[in-house]
Write a protein that binds this ligand. Structure first.
Ligand code: ADP
Ligand code: MG
Length: 376
């Protein structure tokens, strides 16, 4: 096990900076996930740690040892970094047996012939493939091939494991199974792990901490619960599944929560996260999850309920999704279908009132003055 320290990591392709002065600490034994949309620089960051890319700036240490430093001119080659890597594409040798694929890193590291069979068997047992050691990998299913790739990463008992979207090529059901197994394996083995994915569910279920990236920069580092419930900004909120964004003006920040007036809403609302950073009169963006809003008949609502009109209804089986018009805003609401009631309770054109759960409304920064320039 080893801690990883990344300081000022920068990587450019031509004049595009794809990893931009990244600072990150991974604790010993931690399972840390880089999460973000395609192209945000996750793979490049991981490949710099693995030694498959040379950074243009910055320094990386594994277990206190400098493995790459731009300023110091140091570069430890990949095979000397004591890291195992699992790729999305498996990257196995198709003409070799399972045993020989898994033994490969041991031979690269010149481990003694006598200890190789035992280590390979142990690694294959960890992923439940010990009975297939003699088979050619081309005769395996996708899920089995991914297990071989995992065994190959584990076999030399590296102090660091690096995963690049290892489950993305598996079908949905197998992906869930493998996710559970990976989680159990990490709990058992405890190797420091850096895991790259664009899938928020994978990140939330596997990680000790999540790093949300966008355009080569870190937007937030936090536990799954922190990221899920307290997104630091609009980008993170959007990426982690908050459906609603409202423009608003701050009315009062004297309490622990901010009092805000969302545009077109009949009355003020209370929002978390705005008191310290904002003052009365500031324009802000609010966010709220669709499943933290409840609809009621106008006669049943409390005084602070928000009058609205239903503009669309989507029946999802166990849930119903409603679109509401409130002033200039379209508000998405998702509610569980009550037992024994198959049909949505409201239809297009109905007048309802909406109640936002206490603590569910967040301030996530100021509205962007103009759309950010598109990067290709
Ligand atoms: N070898 C390369 N040459 C040029 N551009 C690259 C290369 N590798 C990655 N990129 C670009 O760098 C950006 C980040 O890529 P990557 O790290 O693979 O993102 P992610 O893994 O988050 O999807 C993307 O815009 C990608 O097109
Ligand atoms: Mg990638």
């Amino acid at each position: 096990m080893a801690a990883v320290t990344i300081r000022g990591l920068t990587k450019r392709y031509g004049d595009v900076t794809v990893v931009d002065e990244l600072d990150l600490d991974v604790a010993e034994g931690e399972f840390l996930t880089l999460l973000g949309p395609s192209g945000c620089g996750k793979t490049t960051t991981l490949r710099c740690v693995a030694g498959l890319e040379r950074p243009d700036g910055g320094e990386i240490r594994i277990g206190g040892r400098v493995i790459v430093s731009s300023a110091g001119g140091q570069f430890v080659p990949p095979e000397k970094r004591d890291a195992g890597m699992v790729f999305q594409s498996y990257a196995l040798w198709p003409h070799m047996t399972v045993h020989n694929n898994v033994a490969y890193p041991l031979r690269m590291r010149r481990r003694s012939k006598a200890e190789i069979p035992g280590l390979v068997r142990a690694a294959l047992a960890m992923v439940g493939l010990d009975h297939l050691a003699g088979r050619s990998v081309s005769a395996l299913s996708g899920g089995q091939q991914q297990r071989v790739a995992l065994a190959r990463a584990l076999v030399a008992q590296p102090s660091l494991l690096l995963f690049d979207e290892p489950l993305s090529n598996l079908d949905a059901k197998l992906r869930t199974t493998m996710r559970t197994e990976l989680h159990a394996l990490h709990k058992r083995v405890g190797t420091t792990s850096i895991y790259v994915t664009h899938d928020q569910i994978e990140a939330l279920t596997l990680s000790d901490r999540i790093v949300v990236m966008h355009e080569g920069k870190i937007h937030q580092v936090g536990t799954p619960e922190e990221i899920y419930t307290h997104p630091a900004d609009r980008f993170v909120a959007d990426f982690i599944g908050f459906e609603n964004f409202l423009t608003a003006t701050v009315v009062d920040t004297s309490g622990a929560a901010a009092v805000v007036q969302a545009d077109g809403f009949p009355s003020v609302l209370v929002a978390r996260g705005g008191s310290a950073a904002h003052r009365a009169g500031d324009r802000v963006t609010l966010t709220v999850r669709a499943n933290t809003i409840t609809l009621l008949a106008p006669a049943d609502g409390p005084a602070h309920a928000i009058p609205a009109e239903v503009t669309a209804v989507a029946y999802l089986g166990d849930q119903v999704e409603y679109l509401l018009a409130v002033g200039p805003h379209a508000l998405k609401v998702r509610m569980a279908t009550p037992t024994g009631q198959a049909l949505p309770r409201w239809k297009e054109g109905d007048r309802v009132v909406a109640v936002i759960q206490q603590e569910a409304l967040l301030v996530v920064g100021s509205p962007a003055p103009a759309p950010s320039p598109q990067r290709s």
